[in-house]
Design a protein around this ligand. Structure first.
Ligand code: JCQ
Length: 276
């Protein structure tokens, strides 16, 4: 996969040299190109921002440098890929975007070429997004309901989530669950707690069931902890649980957690507080 990032702080993206993503680059599985947006300015001050039309606080990123940057990325990338018709999927991190989910990470991982446009200030002049969308697929993506000082950290988040899905990037030890085996499982059920050696640490023991060797019992216990944690931390996910996906053990565990099946055939939390 090829990735282009255009930013006024390309140094902010140096963590892409490290760890999993850095190794994927070193192995040639990921071809990352960082670009300085100011390289496409023509004034002495290399200006990339201006005041907003209509008034209001802050500054807006000017369209001209972004237009030239995107044209250049398109030309350079398509030449490098040896396909004059190739275009990247342009990802624009913004609090106003569609939520970044594992499903979107997987869709992006299926693309051969991504380009990122992280904004600073109050965002990018809207006409840049419109211009880009006439030439390539554009995804405006939010990594969460908060406001960052700029989109660069969101790019790091998205690239890491995508890179680990590329074929051969994860080693055997850290290999992810086969999501095709349990489609949607991760989308609606949080993972429960995990433990490693020693069996006792600072007076705290590992739950006995995990030492039992009874794999059926362990799987059932883990599922119960996953239900409890989802209920506590993400009660909004409970309504997505499918009754037909629950066996008699699940139903008993849910009942004990105060989860009931509503008239509409959906589960709902009824207990207010659930201990992990
Ligand atoms: C991304 N959650 C928060 C901030 C405007 C493109 O316009 C803007 C971009 C940003 C940077 O991104 C975020 C963000 N997901 O703050 C304001």
């Amino acid at each position: 996969m090829r990735i282009d990032v255009v930013s006024i702080f390309p140094e902010y993206l140096e963590p892409l040299n490290l760890s999993l993503v850095g190794k994927a680059r070193a192995r040639g599985q990921l071809d990352v190109h960082l670009h300085q947006l100011r390289d496409w300015t023509h004034d002495v001050h290399h200006t990339v921002d201006d005041s907003p039309y209509g008034g209001g606080p802050g500054m807006v990123m000017k369209p001209e440098p972004w237009g030239e940057a995107l044209d250049s990325v398109l030309d350079e990338g398509s030449a490098a890929l040896g396909d004059p018709g190739a275009v990247p999927t342009l990802v624009v991190p913004t609090p106003s975007g569609a939520p970044f989910t594992q499903e979107l990470a997987q869709r992006l991982a299926d693309r051969p070429w991504l380009a990122f446009a992280p904004a600073r200030y109050e965002g990018i002049d809207r006409r840049v997004i419109e211009y880009a969308a006439e030439r390539m697929p554009v995804e405006e993506v939010s990594i969460g309901d908060y406001v960052l000082a700029g989109g660069e950290v969101a790019v790091l988040v998205i690239v890491e989530a995508v890179a680990r899905l590329l074929p051969g990037v994860l080693g055997n030890a850290e290999s992810h669950r086969d999501d095709s085996f349990a489609p949607g499982a991760m989308a609606d059920l949080l993972e429960g707690p995990v433990y490693t050696k020693p069996a006792e640490w600072r007076g705290r023991t590992v739950p006995e069931v995990l030492l039992s060797g009874n794999h059926g019992l362990i799987a059932r216990w883990r599922r119960g902890r996953a239900f409890a944690r989802t209920l506590t931390n993400r009660p909004d996910l409970v309504g997505r649980w499918r009754p037909e996906a629950m066996d008699k053990h699940d139903r008993k565990a849910l009942d004990e957690l105060g989860v009931t099946l509503g008239e509409d055939g959906r589960f709902r939390p009824s207990a207010v507080d659930v201990e992990e």
